[in-house]
Design a protein around this ligand. Sequence first.
Ligand code: SF4
Length: 377
Amino acid sequence: MSDSALAIKAVDYEQPDNSPTGGAVCATKHAWARVPVEPGPAERAALKDKIRRLLKEKNAVMVSHYYVHPDLQDLAEETGGIVSDSLEMARFGRDHAATTLVVSGVRFMGETSKILSPEKRVLMPDLDATCSLDLGCPVDEFSAFCDAHPDRTVVVYANTSAAVKARSDWLVTSSCALDIVKALKDQGQKILWAPDRHLGGYIQRETGADMVMWGGSCIVHDEFKAFELEELMHEHPGAKLLVHPESPAAVVALADAVGSTSGILNAAREMDAKTFIVATDNGMMHKLRTLNPGKTFLEAPTAGNSATCKSCAHCPWMAMNGLADVARVLETGANEVHVDPALGLRARVPIDRMLAFTAALKQGPVPGSLVAHIGAA
Ligand code: SF4
């Protein structure tokens, strides 16, 4: 795609100084996102047809996140792929028979797919699509943080590089973090948590676990504002508030339900309300509205008196995924994700522990002996 068909966005994110000698002060750093211009109707239809054909020809399947463009969500499902949260994306890609995975999301999702499926070709629409949590947790500083706390079990969120995963004991996503940290706490373990401070704070409050935390944040969820949210709730007194736990504590405290993307979808389906206010990336609105046609979904406010105007409730890096690039990478094999095999093997250990734990959890409460067994594997 030519540069004229792209919009370049400057993005600020925070990198905390959590090193043993640091003062735990966040430094604002800069990144960018390159967002494709929306194709017109004829081009859009032609691109979809081309992708459908190429998926068959190349024995490929689409794996899309809830936050990417609705076209990439619908096309994934229509062609036998999946739209889901990062945990299900990882599972689905590993278990699917296709030899090529086209991962629409951000870089760590493609890396996780490659780590779990090293024999498969993993392609992404744009390899520069990243995440403020990943950017804000460089492996050298993170390793020093771990070295300063050798008595702690290292639990990292999926939104991290392969190198940070390789330095950890357990991986979690927002859909299983609470259960895994609670199980580790029940084993008497103290936790080193990274990188999202809001999700970590939520888990600490819910479980009472002894946790030291990296200070990263998601530039989208960090922007939800409790004061403006309360005003919107007053305007819609019957509405239920659904909040992703990457949001600040003051926003989480107002929620009727707190959950991952899949947790928010479940709550919207099950809760007895006609109107919902949703505090997560607005890419979720497509699935929420499609699955609940009789219900109204309002975006939680990110602006207002205390706004810094960094976000508009949509991730600039998720927005880098577009139809034209999906077609291009399928056709040319460009944008293949590579992970150093030795690093991938080490990074796979905490991922496999998470997958083993969540598989066991589906059968019921996970006994401590099994948690210990999984943690030792
Ligand atoms: S929405 Fe936030 S957590 Fe998700 S990829 Fe974007 S910056 Fe990262």
